[in-house]
Write a protein that binds this ligand. Sequence first.
Ligand code: ZN
Length: 50
Amino acid sequence: MKEPLSKQLFDILVCPKDHAALVYTDDRKGLKCTRCGTIYPIEDNIPNFL
Ligand SMILES: [Zn+2]
């Protein structure tokens, strides 16, 4: 399956709350924080941290 975000972008992304690493959700429509579990939706190939 195609990655929704470029690896270059994915590698620099961290959770804005606690700066922990993010992983894709199972459906790859979002990013989930490995520490606090917050899910951020990916909209038009851009993660929405708002
Ligand atoms: Zn977090």
